[in-house]
Ligand binder design. Structure first.
Ligand code: CA2
Length: 145
């Protein structure tokens, strides 16, 4: 059976492609899911995409990933900048973690410059648009090989 990568998305990312295309682009989360699944299949992996607007649900999904996923790709949205709970959950996961941000958080407001998740991540991809998710899947294939 192929190894599974969980691709976790935080609050408001369900609106991808529907609002603020000047910041987040025109692709929807369903487009991201399809592109990542196709790429993962080419690399001998599978993906499962999850999105929630609730911090506790993201923590719960990280707990499920402990049994179900070989690696985690995470864009925690605004929780990136606030959530010790998500960092603590990621610290219970044994596989690699790659953090993704669609926008360049370092070129935006100062409160977006700090990420709690980066302390746990093997890699961080920012400012590459939704293509960053595919870069993360590719990197995950290297880390899991
Ligand atoms: O650049 C990113 O990927 C962010 O994680 C996106 C978060 C933001 O709070 C982080 O600082 C950076 C916001 C997600 C909002 O997603 C939307 C997508 C489309 C339309 C409206 C919101």
């Amino acid at each position: 059976m192929s190894k599974t990568i969980h691709i976790l998305n935080g609050p408001n990312l369900n609106l991808l492609g529907k609002r603020q295309p000047e910041i987040y682009g025109a692709d929807t989360l369903a487009d991201v899911e399809k592109a990542c699944a196709e790429l993962a299949a080419d690399l001998g992996l599978s993906t499962e995409l999850f999105q929630s607007n609730h911090e506790g649900e993201i923590v719960g999904q990280i707990h499920r990933a402990r049994d179900e996923a070989a690696g985690i790709v995470i864009n925690a949205g605004a929780y990136t900048h606030t959530s010790v709970a998500i960092l603590d959950a990621l610290n219970t996961f044994e596989g690699p973690v790659i953090e993704v941000h669609i926008s360049n958080i370092h070129a935006r407001e100062p409160f977006r410059h700090h990420s709690y998740i980066s302390a746990r991540a093997q890699g961080v991809i920012v400012g590459c648009g939704v293509e960053g998710y595919e870069f993360a899947v590719r990197r995950m294939a290297t880390l899991l090989a």
